[in-house]
Design a protein around this ligand. Sequence first.
Ligand code: ADP
Ligand code: ZN
Length: 694
Amino acid sequence: MASTRPSWWLPTRAEAAHEPASYGLYARVVVEVTARALNRPFTYGIPDALHGEVQVGSTVEVPFGPRCLVGFVLEIVADPDPEASSHRLRPILRVLDPTPFWGQDLLHLADWMRRFYGCTWLEALQTAIPGPVLRRARAARTATRGSRPRALPCVEPVQAYPEIAPNHAQQLALEAIREARATGGTVLLHGVTGSGKTEVYLRAVREVLDEGRQAVVLVPELALTPQAVERYRGRLGGTVGVLHSGLADPERREQWWSLRRGELNVALGTRSAVFAPLDRPGLFVVDEEHETSYKQEGAPRYHARQVAFQRAARHGAAVVLGSATPSLESYHLARQGRFRLIELPGRPGGRPLPTVRIVDMRRHLRKGRLLSPELGEALRDRIAQDEQVVLLLNRRGFASFLQCQECGFVPTCPECSISLTWHRARGLVRCHYCLHQEPPPETCPACQGHRFRTGGAGTERLEAEVQELVPGVPVVRMDSDTTAGTGAHRRLLERFGSGQARVLVGTRMIAKGLDFPSVTLVGVVRADAELHMPDFRAAERTFQLLAQVAGRAGRGDRPGEVLLQAMDPEHPCLVAAATHDYAAMSRSELDIRREAGYPPFCRLVRLLVSHPDPDRVEAEATRIGSLLSARLRHARVVGPAPCPVERVRGRHRWHLLLKGSKVQELMDGVRNYLRPPEGPDLQILADPDPQSLM
Ligand code: ADP
Ligand code: ZN
């Protein structure tokens, strides 16, 4: 084996002269090199002077070829492995951060991530430890070693959030969580928005703290929901640490180290907070567990819920999943008895859910307007009564585009196979995948015609229609164009929250977490926009979005009303959304999934093959398909087929779905039978439990 090691790996002659032939102790170290071929721990000697200082989890500096690099100590062993023992080993040069980043726990988790998600050791470790913490350790290589700067006082005083006596359903939930804590089980809390789930989390966290253990609370989005931080700090006080990427580096680093040192005992944050460095976690809460933001779309493609299960199992901690619209995966497991299912049936105090009406848009097709007469009238009514209105236009796949009046030609991105979106304010058409932009065509390249019209429609046009209907009434528009700058989100929401603006128009980003009591009308312009996307979760996602946005209406004293405009008003998913009937949606969807063999009735790994040459990618995908079909005994191979979005940034994309009962088996098969692609042009990505199939 030693012969496979490149010569630069061996100690230089000068080094060899100074170093002992063997050491008392050795360390297995993951070095910061990104090449996948070097994705394994290397063995280094621990010089006597560093005994005791080098610990599992320490960051160290090690020689690597001609360079000195940062490494993470995975393991300390008395004997170097046989592979390493055949020649002299090089020593660890120094310890960069004497406090280990984390103990055995992280290393165990990183090892699992590496196998389950098919990522490298380095990717796993770099995901678990926040960037700012790592960068500081790296900077320590050049700085003189000193004590870490002390805590910045970043906890502003907050208002106390008063205790509320739990109702019967909440007491049942707390009882179930207590049991789960004793047995390391999972509780699925199914309750509509405003049914008191957060109150349950707060009490469960308090109980865990009283036991001397710690808690991790995950929320899908913190920048949009500052109330969450206020409520947790307001109830639990100074023991709550906040972790999310919106924090400034020093603050994030300080919060992390305070959790690491055990000065803070609750980690509240987004996806990556699931890695919070707590030694004694007794509870993991995943709020809005169905949210796709819990899945990371770059390597490692982890799902925070899955990581929470891993950590909880190791610590005998409870996992609490909460949602008004649980993912069908979680709901199915709960129905099978693998999770405890607790329903919070209504809003405390009996506040009613909003009434929902479906507007049949087939009758209004010819008028070419976004707002039906029904929705327009309701809007005018509410404004006249001094109330507020939210209008959602889910643009996905239906962005406004330019279309030739003569032949129907639509300009598409030269790099990606999707229509370019028309941005009136900029006077440009733009690709929403690669951001390519260009001026609108003057003549049609297909028929030389000169007249273009806007097809589809975006939030800009919706805003203009609203202004026509209720002239002079201030409107706030929220979409990726208006919220680009830092703080833009907050400013726009404040304008609406303070009552300055009366109508809020926006994309799906407005569906989440907003709590404005004087909103009494919610309109969804195209409730069925996503229903026909080529994704087996299309109906589930549509239901989730509609339930969520409907939850924005009637949060105050006045009852709320929701209007869903759709071309397919009888679709079971829309009917279920209109009657707040999660059970009906789950029944019909689970039947379809069982029939077609989709999750939760199997597990998936998606293989995405891409190459700049369309013929090459098709040939490669086909080759991979027949290879895996022949070799994988536990899998069914679906495809290959071109991805719904066939080209992104000049790369042609095909995909295959592997279906099986265990992700680990599928991933092992992929690793065993697919060699890493030769040449830089071909890319093969494996995505376990994929959330996106586009
Ligand atoms: P969710 O997290 O399910 O959206 P919350 O926990 O935020 O619901 O509760 C919604 C509202 O109901 C909050 O204003 C909360 O203070 C109130 N609430 C929660 N539990 C109770 C209760 N047992 N009695 C009265 N009000 C409650
Ligand atoms: Zn593009």
